[in-house]
Ligand binder design. Structure first.
Ligand code: ISC
Length: 402
């Protein structure tokens, strides 16, 4: 282990090399909020830690935000949108920690002491203050799907995304950072996150769905993602055959993205797809949208699209309002941060907000897995239930590795 009594500068940088486990455990031991992320196909894992224990934002604004990590629920206002300001940053690429100018010498020294014992001890993660989560039964979920199909046939909406939870006991030797590392390996194409905030709780996930990203070259991106079928090992994605139901379901998400551009009177965008993509054990249809902000003068596009898009038709439905009301009335539980959004804002790699899918919430002794499925007039309740089971495999596979 590094010599902790010496060899660190008194300004921004600490010259010692740390492991991700040390950094996360030191944050947990110090009672601080921490977020960890790895971009799809990214080589390095990044983390940020805030000394502010409960920083909440009412209406996230991307353009003027300092560097930090945003964690927002499905229903804005039902849970807080948490912002983990990057007081301390870490990258596995260098193994170095960086302290922002806002960090005092005392805070820095205390954190360095916490790092000392952080490699070996298995610290407990931050828990949600109201741990009880209502479970949706198989019969309850299928009834909700049947009701949804009737409502769609009645013309009140075109599509609604219904979801459910499943509680799984944590294996005796479960370790938070080891689980995250297993997830990085298992899902190299996913946006892989671990967020742990005092009072808010701990979530881990491997999302396939961009909500809003703006890279350092000032390219804005979003996607329309929908339609699901199991990926067949070794089978080229080009051979995938999609039913009319999935094509229409994805088409609705695409139309919704286009309607948001239209609302903002933005015409200069690029649209590619839909194409088949692989996400873990599943395939989806995805259309990619991009806007070059160097050429289009629209400085607030990121924030404007974020608020228009969320919750997208991939997690809520179409039209948005009746679909949301249907979810709140029939889903039978609160989604909390599942199908909300999360990611770094104004990091050196830009802003990368993804939809919180293929995720689990870690309680003291169990994991709560979340998954949903898009319901249209063509939906069959048994198949939709099975689809949620397939989606839950993404996190289940990680739990069974212990
Ligand atoms: C709602 C989820 O997935 C969405 C994203 C892709 C495909 C979906 C679908 O085919 O239903 C969902 O809209 C989830 O993973 O819980």
């Amino acid at each position: 282990m590094a010599d902790l009594a010496s060899d660190h500068t008194t300004t921004g940088a600490d010259t010692r090399v740390y492991s991700l486990k040390q950094v996360v455990n030191a944050a947990l031991a110090s009672g601080l909020p921490v977020a960890v992320w790895r971009l799809p196909l990214g080589a390095a894992t990044h983390a940020c830690i805030s000394f502010d224990k409960a920083f909440q934002v009412e209406h996230p604004e991307l353009e003027n935000s300092p560097f930090g990590f945003l964690f927002s629920p499905f229903v804005v206002g039902e849970q807080p949108s948490v912002f983990i300001k990057a007081d301390i940053t870490y990258s596995s690429g260098t193994g170095l920690l960086q302290f922002s100018d806002a960090v005092t010498q005392t805070q820095k020294q205390e954190f360095i002491v916490a790092l000392e014992s952080a490699e070996t001890t298995n610290y407990s993660w931050h828990l949600n203050s109201s741990e009880a989560i209502h479970q949706q039964t198989e019969a309850g979920f299928k009834n909700a799907v049947t009701e949804a199909v009737k409502t769609i046939e009645g013309g009140q909406m075109e599509k609604v995304v219904l979801s459910r939870t499943a509680a799984k006991p944590l294996p005796a030797d479960f370790n938070l950072v080891d689980a995250y590392s297993l997830m990085l390996e298992a899902y190299p194409r996913a946006f892989a996150t671990l967020v742990s905030v005092p009072g808010t709780g701990t979530w881990m996930g491997a999302s396939p769905e961009i909500l809003v990203t703006i890279d350092p070259e000032k390219i804005f991106r979003t996607v329309a993602l929908a339609g699901t079928q199991p990926a067949i090992n070794g089978e080229p994605v080009g051979n995938a055959i999609w039913r009319q139901k999935e094509i229409e379901e994805q088409g609705m998400v695409e139309r919704y993205v286009l309607s948001c551009f239209k609302k903002l009177r933005l015409r200069e965008y690029t649209e590619v797809g839909p194409r088949t993509i692989v996400a873990g054990n599943l395939m989806h249809l995805r259309t990619d949208f991009s806007v070059d902000l160097k050429e289009v003068d629209f400085p607030t596009l990121g924030t404007d699209m974020l608020h228009l898009l969320h919750p997208t038709s991939a997690v809520c439905g179409l039209p948005k309002e009746p679909a949301l009301n249907f979810i709140l009335a029939h889903e039978g539980y609160g989604r909390s941060y599942y199908s909300g959004y999360l990611g770094p804002v104004n990091s050196p790699d830009g802003t990368h907000l993804y939809v919180n899918l293929r995720c689990m919430q870690l309680q003291k002794d169990q994991a709560i897995l979340y998954a949903g499925a898009g319901i249209t007039a063509e939906s069959n309740a048994a198949k939709e239930w099975q689809e949620t089971q397939h989606k839950m495999q993404t996190m289940l596979k990680i739990l069974t590795k212990f």
